[in-house]
Write a protein that binds this ligand. Sequence first.
Ligand SMILES: [Zn+2]
Length: 524
Amino acid sequence: MSTERIDSSPPPLPVPNSSSLRANRSATIIAVAELRSGSVLRPQRSLDWKTLPVVILSSLILHLIALGLCAMIVLKSPQLIEDIFTTVTDREGNTDPIVEQSLLQPDDLQEKTPQSIVSQESTANLPFDNTGPIDLNISDTLAQIESDSSNIPGLADLKIANETAGRMTAQTKKAMLTKFGGNSASEAAVASGMKWLSNHQLPDGSWSFAHSKHLECKGQCSQDGSFVSCPTGATGMALLAFLGGGHTSHKGDYQRNVKRAVDFLLRSGKPTPTGLDLRGKVIANEGMYVQGLCAIALCECAAMTKDPRVKKGAEGAIDFIVKAQNQADGGWRYRPGEPGDMSVVGWQVMALKSGYNAKLRLPSQVFKGADLFLRKAETAGGSQYVYDPAADKPPSTPTMTAVGLLCRMYLGWDRKNKKLAEGVQYLDKLKPMPNNMYYNYYATQVMHHWGGEEWNRWNEVMRDQLIRTQHPLTDGHLAGSWDVADPHGGAGGRLYMTCLSIMTLEVYYRHLPMYSRETLKVDF
Ligand SMILES: [Zn+2]
């Protein structure tokens, strides 16, 4: 484990200088108001013909200056403009999660005393500074790319600055599926998986990791998860699978399913002074995993539907995550305020990124804290990651490396980063695993964002493995689901495995590739 910052560490996250921008904008507004009111250029009553050209010229120059100031603001700082005109609460963010190894061990199942939730005020003691909203400045802002896309079916109207744009129409989905290596069989598997999910939604709109309790299933589908009292986590997970395919409460084949699920989450959230608590009845170590999962689902739903009720829930869910961050290492673990582990941190970073995509305002220090944690958890210079950086000589693992690399991508590492390239090569050599969907899920996202030959190699194996291992339509109630193959997949069971598999097969259009959005409208 290396705790020192290295050459390839991410560039400082740019922080918008909102105050100066607002000052400029205010000055511009004042100038324009003065021009309109005539207080600046009001002609004198005794104006003669000799001074008229001077007055006209002066007026012209002042108008051009005012227009220039407006243009500078709009054209040079689109993100800052967005910050100014976006009304949102102070902070929010979060993640989602699933049961990872230690999470489900029997000796973890005893209730521990929850640590007190970290207060927002105590952030003054953070080892990372606290300087206002953040501009992630990653490839999301490549919207300026202009190219003639009129002859590219499905991608002509794609908004490449919109993270979820690819999944939103049948045309863009089909085009991206083809471009990035999906096929009709992978889409059929996704459709079949969603059908299985819809068959196991409970009357109150929720899902359960103990899926076989569904009245129509009645135990026909084996491999219930051991997390039988985690309805918000199971519902968040299933919701993500539907949202990943572009299904919302307003469009698609599962509108009623999605609406009932969203209503269930919003109904289950518990308002607290530290945000919307979606963890439910925390029995073991699943709490912050569940919070993260639900936050991602609500943020994605808010971004896709613009529903103000959902957005408010997303803000509360993210707020809870922000305030649960450990004040010393910048991470998250099972309970709010605990020193972090890479697995829980991964879901929280995904949630924060989803909140960012939903245009929620986020404090910069939460990202700086996450960056600090990643530096603590990195090894091999940042190309690999460990589970618990506080442990004695912790080893890096493939799963934690995949999680860490995806976080690095989201927090600003670009494709020229040498350590990121080494990490991708590491995953490239490991290849998809037959019995570790948690690793496969994260690594697939890393490789998809990276692109190139590495992605092509990875995708052929991953895609066909998932298609091959899904229960076929001839398997009765099991049809469309995936068996638990992971040694540590018992907590989430078949539902967990099926959701991860669906989302992995949605990778082609679920998120736009981070480093190649500019090529989406060309070279197709
Ligand atoms: Zn069933």
